[in-house]
Unconditional design. Structure first.
Length: 215
């Protein structure tokens, strides 16, 4: 009778018991999340450069919400969406009732600063949640990605900001998981309620986690 090698048997047993994905699947899910965040950053730069949103009329464009970047909703301050082709594919415009984008194993949320620099998340269904928007949203944004289910996808969360820097945390202090435990707008930052401030690069952030730079 054919017998599995002990090392393989142990791996299969562990996977069955824990319900977790194989290591290669975890790495693939995380790599996809990082690529997606960098794609969003590129789209944000194009959106701001085009000046589709200029709420204060200073000829400097603002960063946008995911649904705006995908052309799924009218841009803030207008009744029309961006002209095609939009900076992001249509799939990025499918924002749920929590304001989250669901792609593969991860949720994503766009965060923009209000007039005081405080973080605000995308509205249910996509687009602006309302409020007062000033120069801060010309200078800053953040987009978080975290696992829909820690057991089946990944243990690490990610964030990218306007600088194009991607950080990750393994969630030792706070583990982000599905819709039950989600990041706040300033979770990966050094200081509270200021999205124009510095990310906690290789340092302890507002959520108590250490966030490390992804090469």
């Amino acid at each position: 009778m054919f017998k599995l090698p002990l090392s393989l048997l142990a791996f299969v047993t562990l996977t069955q018991v824990s319900g977790s994905a194989p290591p290669t699947a975890l790495a693939d899910a995380e790599r996809h999340a990082v690529r997606t965040l960098r794609q969003i950053h590129t789209a944000q730069l194009a959106f701001r450069s085009a000046g589709w949103v200029d709420l204060d009329g200073d000829s400097i464009g603002h960063f946008g919400w995911l649904a705006e970047l995908a052309g799924a909703v009218p841009v803030t301050g207008s009744s029309t969406p961006v002209p095609p082709p939009a900076p992001l594919p249509p799939a990025f415009g499918k924002i749920d009732a929590n304001g989250y984008l669901s792609l593969r194993e991860y949720f994503y949320v766009m965060v923009l600063p209000d007039g005081s620099g405080a973080p605000n998340s995308e509205a249910a269904g996509g687009g602006s949640p309302g409020g007062i928007w000033g120069d801060a949203s010309e200078r800053a944004f953040a987009c978080y990605a975290w696992a829909k289910d820690l057991q089946s996808s990944s243990v690490r969360a990610f964030v990218i900001n306007h600088e194009g820097v991607v950080l990750t945390t393994d969630g030792v202090v706070v583990a982000y998981d599905g819709t039950a435990n989600t990041p706040y707008g300033d979770s990966a930052y050094l200081h509270a309620n200021d999205l124009t401030g510095a990310l906690a690069k290789n340092a302890t952030a507002m959520d108590g986690n250490t966030w490390c730079v992804v090469p």
